[in-house]
Design a protein around this ligand. Sequence first.
Ligand SMILES: [Zn+2]
Length: 498
Amino acid sequence: MAASHHTSPFRVRRRRAGARVPLAVSLCAALLLGTPVTAPAAGGTAVAHAARTAGPAPATVNPLPSLPPVFTAGSTAVLVNKSHPLNPLRYAPADLVNARSSGSYLRSEAAGALNSLFNAAANAGHGLAVVSGYRSYDTQAALYDYYVRTYGQAYADTISAKPGYSEHQTGLAVDIGNAGGSCGLSTCFGETPAGRWVAANAYRYGFIVRYPNGYSGTTGYSYEPWHLRYIGPTIAADMRARSYPTLEHYFAGNPAAGATIKSGSDLVAVNSAGQLLRYAAGSGKYLPPTVIGGGWSNLKQGFVVDWNADGVYDLLAQWKDGKLGYYRGRAAGGFEAQRAVGWGWGDMTITVGKMNRSHKYPGVLGFKPDGALRYYPNTSGGALSTFAIVGWGWGGRTITLADWNNDGNNDILSQAPGGALLYYRGNGTGGVAASTAIGWGWHTMNVLAPSFGFSGIGTRGLTARKNDGTLYYYGFGNGSWAPARVVGNGWGPMQVFK
Ligand SMILES: [Zn+2]
């Protein structure tokens, strides 16, 4: 099963970088210049890769949900569906307000966001109306009984929820329609200009179309373009950026509940004894570690990544002897034996992630001392294929892939020798734009590891280690920093995965 595919970074045609400043070029420009150089041919058998599990593949940056589903009735992120009722079943929110004076009630945060949504729709020329908001347990019970009497239980269950199981009981769900009343509570609303505008823009105000077309098998409900659910702008934007079609996919689609590395917020590191340690995050800090492996002393750099896109985090190890190895994570915990991804990587500075949003698997981005930045796609969930040149002049730099501006494409963050932290916006097709400085004084940091969900659902940031061994967490939003926090001390001897 082990791959003998030597994707060696050798045989590179040298190209002089004229400037000392790293130069970023788009992939198409590189092709016009006649560069990407062919990588060595595959030497052996292909890696057998796992069959895809059902469900759509989240397209972009972080392939896995950040945190487990939320079942707290009063949380704006609460997951309510046919298998997860409200707890308590007779939950009633305490902060209901009359949404837009419509006579329908929503929790105040959701009502405020709905106001913004309706105002923006009006500015775009679309008149909307509130049709239905909060429904109490008793109201829902009466409604459900009516549908059962009228249509029979089987059909009633596809259009109505049992009391305690309705999103409308959260005060966070609202049915809307055209101001003129056309296509009211009908799927044709989704094809009206207003319905289209809502589907495309609701996320900006923290709403999602909760029951999208084609996902009744997941949500349990037929397509309802009129039923919006407020989940807050952070999760709504995160779902959109990562192409999750439903809240069920976002939360409960995580097959990694039993896996060794459960979250994008987990930090993995090797201690001076060569032990592999996992630090789970909880409440914005790292919890005491568990030992998840041994014999890792000769590691050059390690990465936590879902290499085969099966929804379970794997480990990629760059060894000092130049071997690049892949440890496939098991859904039930532990890892399979190492498979070789390639050799000759000893003098490369690398990181992992997708440079191209249409790619299914994350690849490797890196440079040798010659400073040519190369992206090696991973086309099979196993070995790497021919690289493309992304830029020149990267010798002596650091590279971290993260979605700094939150557009769903990975960007490159890099520490320049003078201490500036540079941001190269990724275009989602393999190239990056020219750099912008987004920080100074970063020469005192020797690790930058991207993190997902450390400060709550949908949050993104960097875990960074200072030269004195202090560990910091720097959250970032849509191209701006949150205040840094110290999250650990004495990390100097640790080899931190990136
Ligand atoms: Zn509804």
